[in-house]
Write a protein that binds this ligand. Structure first.
Ligand code: IPM
Ligand code: MG
Length: 364
């Protein structure tokens, strides 16, 4: 088959890990007789430097006509000034929104040989295999109004700044994320945990009502509701009891960084962001990215862990191209490379990004 892939290396370690995934995709193409047309476009800080905007029109147009998009990471200290008008993150958020990628899948699994790399006690990690479905195009990330204004100080002595963000959800936005979670649970352990803050937030009360309503269409799936503070605790105290966890954009952002600790390193974890729109192959158009950031502290050193991005490209093969056999080959190659002891620095080893990638494709 033939597919077009837009690569968005982005900032920091982004180009290094996307380079690794590109090499793996090229090998898969050769092995299985596919043609992947891959082209690179700027997004994030590098795009700001080049064009003054984090999501240039050419980049967006290329993503909109591609079958799938693979992203490294955006952001870095160079663009971190809180008073700046343009920020790298606007590129990523703008892209997710423009492509209407409302469902962010973040699977968390642990290779048995990496138990020692996680700070949790080994017995807590037995059986950890969860999938967070994070709603990605609404919530406080996009809610309006969003503004700063001057207000009188409480003591009446002059004015001070106030900043406002809005946490907002519509029934439709909640329902489509919930349907995705229930459908995915059918291919797994048939359990959905919905995470909210319904004891305080109106948007969470609506969330809980809509998820409960959607659950009626899935009588074969067990549904539980947990408050987000408790969920943060249970992720550490009994992580193996979770199957699919569905939650809003902000809670999902926070909980997936926490959950990544279970896998031994954040560098291991992939993600897929999906919408409803089909690509030229009749599959879902998607944006695939590791869940880690641009890691400016190690950028350019060639030591970043490429696994999160390589596993993201496996998710791309599965969800956007329908290439299940190829996807599981890539996943198996990563698993076997780890079994053979291959480790980057974040996992306690000393392999470079390139050496780790070679160990992975030696197992393909
Ligand atoms: C993530 C990141 C992004 C987010 C940032 C870079 C805007 O933390 O993908 O988890 O908050 O969604
Ligand atoms: Mg995050």
């Amino acid at each position: 088959m033939e597919a077009t892939i837009v690569l968005l290396p982005g900032d920091g370690i982004g180009p290094e890990v996307v380079g690794a995934a590109r090499a793996v995709l090229e090998i898969v193409a050769g092995r299985f007789g596919h043609v992947f047309h891959m082209s690179e476009y700027p997004l994030g800080g590098c795009a700001i430097d080049l064009t003054g905007t984090a999501l240039p029109a050419d980049t967006l147009a290329a993503c909109q006509s591609a079958d799938a998009v693979l992203l490294g990471a955006v952001g870095g200290p160079k663009w971190d000034d809180p008073t700046a008008r343009v920020r790298p993150e606007q590129g990523l958020l703008g892209l997710r929104k423009a492509l209407d990628l409302f469902g962010n899948l973040r699977p968390v699994q642990l290779h048995p040989d990496l138990v020692g790399a996680s700070p949790l006690r080994p017995e807590r990690l037995v059986g950890v295999d969860l999938l967070v479905v994070r709603e990605l195009t609404s919530d406080v990330y996009f809610g309006e109004p969003r503004l700063r204004r001057n207000v009188p100080k409480a003591d009446g002595q002059g004015e001070e700044q106030q900043a406002i963000d809005t946490m907002s959800y519509t029934e439709g936005e909640i329902a489509r994320a919930a349907h995705l979670a229930f459908q995915l649970a059918r291919g797994r352990k048939h359990k959905v945990t919905s995470v909210d803050k319904a004891n305080v937030l109106e948007s969470s009360r609506l969330w809980r009502q809509v998820v409960t309503r959607v659950a009626k269409d899935y009588p074969d799936i067990m549904l539980e509701h947990i408050l987000v503070d408790a969920a943060a605790m249970y992720l550490m105290s009994r992580p193996a009891t979770f199957d699919v966890m569905v939650t809003g954009n902000l809670f999902g952002d926070i909980l997936t960084d926490e959950a990544s600790v279970l896998s031994g390193s954040m560098g291991n974890l992939p993600s897929a962001s999906l919408g409803a729109e089909k690509n030229s192959l009749g599959k879902l158009r998607g944006l695939y990215e590791p869940i880690h950031g641009s890691a400016p502290d190690i950028a350019g050193k060639g030591i970043a862990n490429p696994i999160g991005t390589i596993l993201s490209s496996a998710m791309m093969l599965r969800y956007s191209f329908g290439l299940e056999a190829e996807a599981s080959q890539v996943e198996k190659a990563v698993f076997n490379a780890l079994s053979s002891g291959a480790r980057t620095a974040d996992l306690g080893g000393n392999l470079t990004t390139i050496a780790m990638t070679e160990k992975i494709y030696a197992n393909l």
